[in-house]
Design a protein around this ligand. Structure first.
Ligand SMILES: Nc1ncnc2c1ncn2[C@@H]1O[C@H](COP(=O)(O)OP(=O)(O)OP(=O)(O)O)[C@@H](O)[C@H]1O
Ligand SMILES: [Mg+2]
Length: 283
């Protein structure tokens, strides 16, 4: 779907949602801080993600993009700040300045509201493709094997991998493994999907396949946070774009604002260096 179509659909949807209820905030990060030793990696970062919104996070290497996703996905603890999913607190900083996470049962519920896809696939190597997909729906969501299996088959078919359900990850190409990990993330029917450089381990042809899947998910109005170096792609699918540097959001806005009319010099420098790299000019 092209952007104008997408924008039109989104307007319809907003109007419709507007009649019934306000747009829901799927994730809210407030004043997040994170250090590794003495090194501050996330500095007072706040970010909201609305239902159906695709948020692209871009910025130079080492700016804290993965750390932000890891803290948001509860894989790393933050040092202070607040984190909410669907209006419920996953973490809050108390009066002593200590971060308090939700209780186990609530955490389990919150964790199952998001799906994660990483650069290096992270599939279980000793599980078949289908088991990689149906394991969490069975163990976390207590679905029956049959229900999980048929839903898993459907996802595999969507990923063009119907004939690979009994394969093991080592028998698949990188692009196929990444498609399995997207199917695995979708199997939990998450409210929000996090992608951390999902194509950076892939060659250009396989990258295209994965981007096509991401484009389809965006067109379905899946709520997604996408960390990527595929700036052009991000510009096409994202509703909001965040530029990070040195652990902080330097600028946030529409892809057009960030990519074509950035206010901050830092962003212009970054975009120019990407352009030079694409042309093969190294300084
Ligand atoms: N587990 C860790 N222990 C210590 N330092 C870390 C750890 N993880 C990340 N860092 C440091 O935090 C900073 C931010 O790293 P992060 O991986 O979040 O950057 P990034 O923006 O994702 O970079 P890239 O684009 O290269 O993936 C870097 O200086 C990194 O060295
Ligand atoms: Mg990273």
């Amino acid at each position: 779907m092209d952007r104008s179509n997408k924008a039109a659909k989104q307007m319809d949807r907003t109007k419709h949602v507007g009649r019934v209820k306000e747009k829901m905030m799927v994730m809210e990060i407030r004043h997040m801080q994170k250090s590794f030793g003495n090194r501050k990696v996330i500095r007072d970062l706040s970010l909201n993600v609305e239902e159906g919104q695709v948020t692209a996070v871009i910025g130079p290497s080492g700016s804290g993009k993965s750390t932000l996703l890891r803290c948001a996905a509860l894989l790393d603890p933050m040092d202070s700040g607040e984190l909410l999913y669907l209006g419920q607190h996953a973490a809050v900083t108390n009066a002593d300045g200590k971060v308090v996470y939700a209780h186990r049962k609530k955490m389990k519920e919150i964790r199952s509201s998001f799906g994660l896809v990483f650069q290096n696939f992270n599939l279980f190597p000793h599980y078949s493709v289908i088991r990689n997909i149906i394991d969490a729906p069975m163990t976390v969501q207590k679905k029956s094997r049959e229900e999980a299996y048929w839903a898993g088959r459907k996802l595999l078919s969507r990923m063009g991998l119907s004939d690979r359900e009994d394969s093991y990850p080592y028998q698949l190409s990188g692009g196929q493994q990444q498609r399995v990990s997207i199917a695995r993330a979708l199997a939990l029917n998450p409210k929000i999907l996090f992608f951390d450089e999902p194509t950076s381990a892939l060659d250009p042809e396989l990258t295209g396949e994965i981007l096509e899947i991401l484009r389809d998910l965006a067109a379905e109005h899946r709520t997604m946070v996408l960390v990527t170096h595929e700036i052009e792609f991000a510009g096409n699918v994202a509703d909001q774009m965040v530029f990070m540097d040195d652990g902080a959001i330097v600028e946030q806005g529409s892809p057009n604002e960030i990519l074509n009319h950035p206010k901050q010099e830092r962003i212009k420098t970054f975009l120019n260096s990407l352009k030079r790299r694409r042309k093969g000019i190294c300084y």
